[in-house]
Design a protein around this ligand. Structure first.
Ligand code: 5GP
Ligand code: ZN
Length: 112
C-alpha cells in the first residue's frame, strides 16, 4: 500500500528498531513510546481494521498471539503488559494498517 508508514517499515524503506520478525508479522519499537516499553506488532499484509479480517488474516493474528505469549517475557515484559488495538480515527488510529500496541516495562494505570 503506497504511503503507508507500516508497509514501508515492513519493506525496509523506513528504518525501525525491530525486535522480532517472521514471514507474517514484524515487531518493533514505537517511535513515540507511551510507556517505558512500547512495541508495535504489525501483520505484513496491509489492512486497516478487524472488520476486514478474513480466515487467513485471523489465522495470522492468532499465530501472532501465540508468538507474543512466547517471546514478550524475554523482551522486558516479564512483569506484565497491555495489548491495545485502536480501531478508527475516533479511537486514535493514526496509521491505517492494523497493529497491536504492546505496553509495559512499568506499572500501568487502569482507570477512567
Ligand atoms: P495508532 O495511533 O494508529 O494506534 O498507532 C500508530 C503508532 O505508530 C503511534 O504510536 C506512532 O507513534 C507510531 N508510529 C508512527 N510512525 C512511526 C514510524 O515511522 N516508526 C515507528 N517505529 N513508529 C511509528
Ligand atoms: Zn500498510
Amino acid at each position: 500500500m503506497e504511503n503507508c508508514v507500516f508497509c514501508k517499515i515492513v519493506s525496509g524503506e523506513i528504518a525501525s528498531r525491530k525486535v522480532y520478525e517472521n514471514d507474517e508479522i514484524v515487531i518493533f519499537h514505537d517511535i513515540e513510546p507511551l510507556a517505558r516499553i512500547h512495541y508495535l506488532c504489525v501483520p505484513k499484509e496491509h489492512f486497516k481494521t478487524i472488520a476486514e479480517l478474513n480466515d487467513r488474516r485471523a489465522e495470522v493474528l492468532g499465530r501472532a498471539f501465540v508468538t507474543l505469549g512466547r517471546i514478550l517475557p524475554s523482551l522486558g515484559l516479564e512483569g506484565g503488559y497491555r495489548i491495545v488495538i485502536n480501531q478508527g480515527e475516533a479511537a486514535g488510529q493514526t496509521v491505517p494498517h492494523l497493529h497491536l500496541h504492546i505496553l509495559g516495562g512499568e506499572p500501568l494505570k487502569w482507570e477512567k
